[in-house]
Design a protein around this ligand. Structure first.
Ligand code: ADP
Ligand code: MG
Length: 227
């Protein structure tokens, strides 16, 4: 089994307003094609951990590896590149640009990466829309589609650079059960059919039960890795 993501001895303190030990000795791996959920009470450190794992927060102790490459200590510009190329992120709120079309929103991270022509990126974006079964939305403005559709567009956008891993912070937290099931089905399919790794924070027990394993957190620690 190839490890895509590995956290080693990750510790973090918030120093203000008072010293707070928010993450304590976090160690785990996510393998290629694995669909992993993270559960734990509100305030236990899930979002803080995801910010570190997605390279957005560099203020921690320990080591973070992506595809066996140590990312800890790398230059912020390089981390921004790694994040754009290898990590797809899906939030509770979609953060689409409302005045841009669905297609333009999906193409954006690939344009930023700048490795392909506009035509290639367009073709890739249309393909992602097909995978998510929303091809008919391509030319609509992002402000004109439903909440469930927006989240699927956000997933398509997260996939545009063919990342090694998708990370999500309660991506179904704002969706009704029908749309949550759709997102779960799409994630399952990406893991099974494309070998994509996923690490998804959720409060939804049914959702978590459908993943390959559940990492449980309590008070800044991992208390069970689900294997
Ligand atoms: N910038 C910050 N400064 C100080 N404390 C913070 C900050 N951000 C979050 N916290 C605290 O860290 C803990 C973990 O927060 P968070 O990672 O958002 O939890 P979760 O996502 O599991 O609900 C909470 O007690 C929260 O109040
Ligand atoms: Mg959170």
């Amino acid at each position: 089994m190839k490890a895509i993501l590995e956290a080693k001895y990750i510790d973090k303190h918030f120093r203000k307003p008072v010293d707070f030990h928010v993450l304590k000795d976090i160690n785990f791996k996510v393998n290629q094609g694995e669909f992993v959920s993270v559960m734990g009470k509100s305030g236990c450190g899930k979002s803080t951990l995801l910010y570190i794992l997605s390279t957005m927060d560099t203020d921690y102790e320990g080591e973070l590896y992506l595809n066996d490459e140590l990312l800890t200590g790398k230059h912020p510009d390089y981390l921004a590149y790694v994040r754009n190329k290898h990590i797809g992120f899906v939030f509770q709120f979609h953060y689409l640009l409302p005045e841009f079309t669905v297609l333009e929103n999906i193409m954006l991270p690939a344009r930023k990466l700048g490795e392909k022509s506009n035509e290639e990126i367009r073709t890739d974006a249309l393909h992602k829309l097909e995978i998510l079964q929303i091809a008919e939305l391509a030319q609509k403005k992002a402000s004109r589609i439903s909440g469930g559709e927006k989240q699927r567009v956000a997933i398509a956008r997260a996939l545009i650079n063919d990342p090694a891993i998708i990370m999500g912070d309660e991506p179904t937290g704002n969706l009704d059960s029908h749309n949550s099931e759709n997102v779960l089905r799409i994630f399952r399919q990406l893991s099974d059919e494309q070998g994509l790794s996923l690490l998804i924070v959720t409060h939804d027990h049914d959702f978590a039960q459908s993943t390959d394993r559940i990492i449980s957190m309590e008070d800044g620690r991992i208390i069970s890795e689900g294997r």
